[in-house]
Design a protein around this ligand. Structure first.
Ligand SMILES: [Mg+2]
Length: 179
């Protein structure tokens, strides 16, 4: 089965220390409270991709935070990897000081793809990375719906490594061709 890695923060949801919208839900992890809101369509998206891929949620957040949020989302069939699975890297430009080395999941990079809103996290595997728009609470956002169409198409390709840069435009073409 092909493998899908999904980022958590600003890709599937948005967490803050204060409630910024009526959509926010109060959660806690390791003794600290926080507020989380879900990107529109996230549960449906997760249920669909879980049928097509072996899925890992890979966050640069702490494992306790990841598990707390995931309990709230309540969708089963996902492996949860927190910061402990990321590799720390030296940065001088203020970018994310971590990377997510996909070879920790599989040596065969033709069979794995990562979805993330931070390109530096997959910079060493650019043909495996699908960049999503950073999400911070816009309830009119439709990114996950488009992304599902792209992933559904991609999963049927023998080799998933490619230039994913224009995935949104390609998805529009795919959707227009579908019955
Ligand atoms: Mg992120």
């Amino acid at each position: 089965m092909k493998k899908l890695v999904l980022d958590l923060d600003e890709t599937l949801l948005y967490s803050t220390t204060e409630a910024i919208s009526p959509e926010c839900v109060k959660l806690s992890a390791a003794g600290s409270d926080f507020y989380t809101m879900l990107r529109p369509g996230v549960r449906e998206f997760l249920q669909k991709v879980a049928k097509k891929f072996e899925c890992t949620i890979w966050s640069t957040g702490q494992q306790a935070y990841l598990e707390s949020v995931w309990e709230y989302i309540g969708v089963e069939g996902f492996t949860l990897w927190g910061r402990g699975f990321c590799k720390k890297i030296e940065t001088t430009d203020g970018s994310e000081p971590y990377e997510k080395p996909l070879r920790q999941i599989t040596e065969d990079l033709t069979q794995i793809v990562i979805v993330d809103n931070t390109p530096s996290l997959f910079a060493k595997c650019p043909l495996n990375g699908i960049l999503t728009r950073t999400w911070r609470g816009d309830m009119n956002d439709t990114e996950l719906n488009h992304l599902w169409y792209y992933l559904n198409w991609l999963q049927a390709q023998p080799n998933m490594q490619r230039n994913h840069e224009h995935w949104r435009i390609e998805t529009l073409c795919l959707r227009n061709c579908m019955p």
